[in-house]
Design a binder for this molecule. Structure first.
Ligand code: SF4
Length: 316
């Protein structure tokens, strides 16, 4: 296999990282590069490991997504489902596996394959807090499953498996993406299907309603328009807030897609300022010191890369 190239790419999470903290973007895109190799410099290996780190919210979100997809498949097959049975089948084994790997520090062997929870790594919990968090995560996921069965599934009963969109997920190699102005744009909706002449896209959200999620739906619209050649007006996108039992729907239009193109253009231009000669093709970062630390160091306490920035933050 030829040498991997660190190509410039864009996604909402990359843009959000960059906006919140330039240095975080540096670590997650450039500082970690090659760190999967045991012969890489120690700093790159550490940045790679920290970049792979999960936290209780991301873990809970993934478990909830796995659970609702499991519920969906059973329901599509005409089976009776219960919240407890779905939790036991899809969410619990995943949570237990991740917890064990994290507690036993198995990520030291392979940071990509084994879970490391930030709360364990940075000793954020005592025994009591850990117990409470476990119960809270379980209740939260069960609430997501309940709302999916009661509120989302009734809207999906007529979807045929053959009408579902093929969407490459992160555990399936290179995740779903499209090209815009020569730039690789990652856009990974959770679920979608064709219905008559429309495309419907759903994102499972286990957290709270946030205004920026609307922009993400517009990005999914641009993905569907580019990859599936669907007119914007034929795309409907849904944020399914599973814990709260709410849904936010966007009927897309050409204006929505222009809006998201504008957001990408502006963000890419800002990111290019941190590259040598502003050249996104070469994608060579400026020196690490040029990537500013977070303006508000409060956010550093919940950042995976805290260990790498600590000395600078604390002025040592
Ligand atoms: S620890 Fe703070 S300065 Fe460092 S990457 Fe994270 S948010 Fe940015």
């Amino acid at each position: 296999m030829g040498e991997l190239k660190n190509t410039f790419s864009w996604s909402f999470s990359a843009a959000n990282d960059f906006e919140e903290c330039r240095r975080r973007r540096y670590w997650s895109k450039y500082g970690m590069w090659g760190g999967w190799d045991s012969h890489a410099p120690e700093l790159a290996q550490k940045a790679y490991q920290l970049n792979k780190m999960d936290n209780i919210y991301s873990l809970r979100g993934t478990a909830a997504e796995m659970a609702v997809m499991c519920a969906l498949r059973h329901l599509q097959d005409g089976e009776e489902v219960t919240v407890d049975a779905i939790y036991q089948k899809a969410a619990r084994p995943y949570l237990n596996k991740c917890w064990k790997e994290s507690k036993e520090k198995q990520w030291r062997i392979n940071a990509k394959r084994h879970c490391c929870l930030r709360e364990h790594y940075y000793n954020e919990w005592d025994a009591q807090a850990e117990k409470e968090q476990t119960v809270r995560a379980m209740d939260h996921i069960k609430m997501c499953i309940t709302n999916f069965i009661e509120r989302v599934w009734p809207r999906l009963t007529t979807v045929k498996r053959g009408d579902e969109l093929v969407i490459a997920q992160p555990d399936q190699g290179d995740p779903e993406h499209f090209t815009y102005n020569g730039i690789k744009i990652y856009s990974i909706p959770d679920y979608g299907y064709h219905r008559e002449h429309q495309v419907h896209i759903h994102d499972w959200k286990s957290g709270r309603v946030r205004a920026e999620h609307r922009e993400q739906l517009c990005l999914y619209g641009l993905w569907a328009h580019t990859k599936l050649d669907v007119p914007p007006e034929s795309i409907l996108a849904y944020d399914e807030y599973l814990a709260e039992g709410k849904v936010a729907v966007e009927q897309l239009s050409a204006g929505h897609l222009d809006e998201v193109r504008g957001r990408i253009d502006e963000s890419v231009m800002d990111m290019a300022e941190y590259l040598l000669d502003g050249d996104i093709q070469r994608n060579m970062p400026l020196a690490r010191e040029e990537w500013d630390l977070a303006p508000d160091t409060q956010i550093c306490r919940r950042c995976n890369f805290f260990e790498l920035c600590r000395k600078e933050i604390e002025g040592e």
